[in-house]
Design a protein. Structure first.
Ligand SMILES: C[S@@+](CC[C@H](N)C(=O)[O-])C[C@H]1O[C@@H](n2cnc3c(N)ncnc32)[C@H](O)[C@@H]1O
Length: 394
């Protein structure tokens, strides 16, 4: 069914909405963030954090802006489909941003529709107020939406939906994708570091002994390195990127630990003596398909080629890491993704080409068994999606 604005809608466009100022500033901020993320392809977390730093907003408004910006970024395919049926052509970025912000509130929050519409209209630029008002009213009247297909409803690119459903089946795949449309839970460790439980559970499944010398080969920002250091291990925390290595340095300083040595280097060309470490952790760069709730814009950035390229890099890192582990020591592989190419297939390829290693079966009921490795799906415990595998080195 085709929808277009009627003459009556157009005549409504210039009616000033009745609205209190409360909440308008929050919508203005959300609209400007969404516009910036879209126009300059900015990272949602960076755009939002810069905007909130400059804003003079109370905590309630900050929470609302965060919810709308991340939510509207995640759900943009669904939101755009809803409003595009009322528009003759694709809207320019500022109008698109206002429509996403308004429609997000109507579809996915408990904000009363009249408040969502009036505050968003008021927060929109003068020239967009009329169209925003007319379209949002139409959307509000039409609720609940009848979706044309699962791809639009779930608001992911088709390739992600197809991949996840092919590997996990429709029901499990959809549960995973729906879970990653929700805001992630916040978890604080005893030392004040914010870290998802899945990452904490990776470290809990490493048999760390006091005085162990551990290489964390892909360490930034230092979440697992600091957790391992708190168990009295000495950790060498390596990362390829200078800018990300700085985050490790900041965390070392903030937690005031003397147990971590930070090095900026390429893990595929290690600068360490062979068989020097009791344990080596390869918490590898990955497509992040298990953390799409946490990185709101990631689903629109990554593609199938990234998955394939990252799987190759992960294998290279594991091959380099293996030679650095002492005889009797352990090699640990983890990734915050859940599809075969970057998890069990990397393990199979590594196992096929490597002598002198044996799997250490993961024995933790919180994890799904996946061969000798373990898998956490986001819907299992509300954590990130995560995979881990451990080997003993002869
Ligand atoms: C999943 S993140 C690591 C998260 C970290 N272990 C934690 O728990 O906080 C992967 C990291 O690998 C780094 N990286 C990418 N390629 C690398 C390479 N060739 N050598 C070392 N680090 C690399 C990235 O910069 C990124 O910081």
């Amino acid at each position: 069914m085709a929808y277009q604005l009627t003459p009556a809608d157009i005549s409504d466009m210039n009616k000033p909405p009745t609205v209190s100022q409360g909440g308008v500033e929050a919508r203005k901020l959300a609209i400007s963030c969404i516009n910036r993320i879209d126009e300059s392809e900015g990272y949602a977390n960076i755009v939002l954090s810069n905007a909130l730093k400059k804003a003079n907003a109370d905590q309630r408004d900050r929470n609302l802006v965060t919810e709308i910006v991340y939510g509207a970024t995640r759900m943009q395919r669904a939101l755009d489909w809803v409003v595009d049926r009322y528009l003759m052509k694709s809207p320019p970025p500022a109008l698109r941003a206002s429509l996403r912000v308004g429609t997000y509130q109507l579809l996915y929050t408990r904000i009363p529709p009249h408040a969502a519409v009036s505050t968003t209209v008021e927060a929109s630029s003068k020239k967009n107020k009329g169209v925003v008002n007319a379209v949002l009213r139409k959307v509000a009247e039409e609720l609940p939406v009848e979706w044309p297909n699962e791809g639009v409803r779930l608001s992911y690119p088709d390739w992600i939906i197809n991949l996840v459903e092919a590997e996990y089946g429709d029901a499990e795949g959809q549960a995973m994708l729906e879970q990653m449309n929700k805001s992630p839970l916040v978890n604080e460790r005893d030392d004040g570091y914010m870290q998802d439980l899945s990452s904490q559970w990776v470290v809990q499944n490493i048999d760390i002994q006091a005085k162990d010398l551990i290489l964390d080969m892909c360490a930034a920002p230092g979440g697992k390195a600091t957790a391992m250091a708190s168990k009295e291990a000495l950790v060498v925390a390596v990362d390829l990127h200078q800018s990300r290595s700085r985050l490790i340095a900041q965390n070392i300083e903030r937690l005031n630990t003397r147990q971590i040595l930070q090095v900026t280097a390429d893990g595929t060309q290690p600068c360490f003596a062979q068989r020097a470490f009791d344990k080596v952790l390869v918490d590898a760069p990955c497509s992040g398909i298990g953390v799409l709730h946490r990185r709101a814009d990631a689903r629109w950035r990554i593609n199938q080629a990234d998955v394939d390229n990252l799987a190759v890099l992960q294998l290279e890192l594991l091959c380099a890491a293996k030679d650095l582990v002492k005889s009797g020591g352990e090699l640990i592989y983890s990734v915050c993704t859940v599809t075969r190419a970057e998890t069990s297939e990397v393990v199979s390829r590594f196992t096929e080409r490597t002598h002198g290693i044996s799997a250490i079966p993961l024995d933790d009921p919180r994890w799904r068994k996946n061969g000798d490795g373990g898998l956490l799906l986001p819907q299992d415990h509300g954590t990130d999606g995560m995979y881990m595998f451990k080997w003993k080195i002869q």
